[in-house]
Design a protein around this ligand. Sequence first.
Ligand code: UFG
Length: 316
Amino acid sequence: MKILVTGGAGYIGSHAVEILKNSGHDVTVLDDCSTGHVDSLPPTVRFVQGSLLDSDMVSRALKGCEAVMHFAGKSLVGESVEKPDLYRKVNVDGTKVLLEQMNVLGIKKIVFSSSAATYGEPESSPISETAQCAPTNPYGETKLAIERELASAALTQQMAAVSLRYFNVAGALQTDRGWLAERHDPETHLIPNALRATSDSPLRIFGRDWDTEDGTCVRDYVHIIDLIDAHMRALQYLTPSEHHVFNIGSGTGYSVAQVVASVSRVKGSTLPTVDAPRRAGDPAVLVANIDKAEMLLNWRPVRNLNQMVEDTFKAS
Ligand code: UFG
C-alpha cells in the first residue's frame, strides 16, 4: 500500500517507516524536521520536508497515497503548558489541513497517534477507552481535539479512522543501518534519562510519596515494536465512516523504582539517583486496559520492560 507517514523522521514515526518498508509498503514521509532526524530514514523512502500547516506541501506529500499514519505533532507536556497556542496550531490546525487535503484527494484511511494524556487524572485503574476524558494539559487537549476531528471526518467525508492512545513508549529497533535511537532534545522520558544518569548527574526521581506500593509513580510501558505492530493491525481494521479508539500499552504497571532496578540490572551497576519533588501534572498511576485492542485488533504486546531497557541501552 502507498502510505504517507507524517512525522516519519521522529522517534516513533521512523520506527513505523522502517517496519512499513520491511513489510513491503511504499512509504512517503512528511516531516518539518523541527524535532525529527532525516538520517533516521531508509534511503528508499520518498521524503517531503514541510509543515502540516502548508496545504500545498501536504497535498504534494499525499499524492498517490492510499492511507496516512499521522505521527506529526508537538509532544512535550511541559512545553504545551507554556505554549498552548503553538500546540493548538501545530497539532489541531495541522491535522485539519491534513484532513482537508485528504478529502480533496479522496484519501480515506488514517491511523492517528493519540495519547493516554487524553484521560487526564484517571478515576480508576486500569483505564479503558470508555473512561472519561479530562486532559490536564494542552498537549492532551490537542490529542482529544484531533480525535474529535477524526470522528467528524468519519461522518462527513467517509473517513476510516483509528486513534491509538499510547501509554509509555520505550525501546528501539535494530535496522541494517544500525539502531534507531530515541533522540529527543531535551529528553524528558524516564528510561533514556535513567540510562544516561551518572554520579555527577543522577536520575531525579520525581516524588517518593505517591499513593503507590513503593511511593513512586506507576506507568505502563510498551515496546515501540509492539506499538508499531498495533498500527499495522489498525491499518487492516480501518472501516469506512467509522472512528475507533484503542489503548496501546502493556496492561501492566511498573513503578519508577522498578524501572530504576531494571536499568541497574542492564547496566550492571547501581543507578545513581536523587529524590526530587513531584513533577507538575504527573498522575500517580497510569495503566491501560488493553482488552479492546487484544479483542478487535488481535494485538498483544510481547516484549517486556527488560527488553525495552536493553534495546534503549543498545541504541544509545
Ligand atoms: N520520571 C522521573 N524522572 C525523570 C523522568 C521521569 O522520575 O527524569 C518519572 C515521571 O515522574 C513519571 C515516570 O517517570 O512518573 C514516567 O515519566 P515519562 O516522562 O517517561 O513519561 P510520562 O508518563 O510523563 O509521559 C507519557 C508520554 C506522554 C504522555 C503521557 C500520558 O511520554 O507523551 O505519558 O500521560 F502524554
